[in-house]
Design a protein. Structure first.
Length: 52
């Protein structure tokens, strides 16, 4: 079961389209890459090559 990470100030912002965009701060707190091609992935994942 995945650990629930409480969302705090600075963990996300709202895009112009109305989507919640997680920041590198949140991704680092989560502790792993989800391999979804997140906009601010601090782990260096590349969707095109499927590698970190």
């Amino acid at each position: 079961m995945k650990k629930i990470i409480p969302i705090e100030e600075g963990d996300y912002y709202w895009s112009d389209e109305g989507y919640r965009v997680f920041t590198p701060q949140y991704h680092l707190k989560r502790g792993y890459c989800c391999e979804s091609g997140c906009r601010h992935c601090p782990y260096g994942y590349n969707v095109k090559t499927n590698k970190q």
